[in-house]
Design a binder for this molecule. Sequence first.
Ligand SMILES: O=C(O)CCC(=O)C(=O)O
Ligand SMILES: [Mn+2]
Length: 207
Amino acid sequence: MSTAPVRMIGQHSFLLKGFASAEATNLLADIKHITSQSPLRHMTTRRGYQMAAQMTNCGRVGWVSDSKGYRYQTEDPLSDLAWPSMPRSFLTLAKKAAEECDYDNFIPDVCLINCYYPRAGMGLHQDKDEKDFTQPIVSVSLGIPAVFLFGGLRRSDKPDAYLLEHGDVVVWGGGDRLRFHGISPLKLAHHDLTGQCRFNLTFRLAS
Ligand SMILES: O=C(O)CCC(=O)C(=O)O
Ligand SMILES: [Mn+2]
């Protein structure tokens, strides 16, 4: 049982302040290990635009974007090898956060790792490349702060803004699973554990 304050940000969406703080150094060590095998890289969109955040993955599959579009695949396109396996620390935290929000039996098969430096952000989008929308999304923030934009089911719905700080976890699912969301361009900041970077770990069941 965690003592982290839980804030409802939607009918099926929760902000768990500081939920990952105690595990942060372990998570960061595991990120380092993963990126030594599958480095962070700027992916491109189908139209050839470079994404602002750098990305990599661990798990059975990884999310990729290139001239062929968005998809999950079992190999890292940089190496044609399998993605690094999901570390125990990641899986334990993701399951625990999901359970805290009454999403039982969440077993993610992918963790997308995003790395943002100041001025990088992510435009409003839906996470809809997964097969099973009954499973939630668990999203962990580490390092410098960012503003999370949480919109509605239509792109035109005005998003609410939430400050995400080191150790915060957002969980959304159920009727909120396909809500538009994004990250405002980050302000210049420094965090003792990550320097000028914000890491985001996004856990999903893709297949
Ligand atoms: O960085 C974040 O907090 C959100 C990332 C995200 O929405 C995604 O990777 O799909
Ligand atoms: Mn997303």
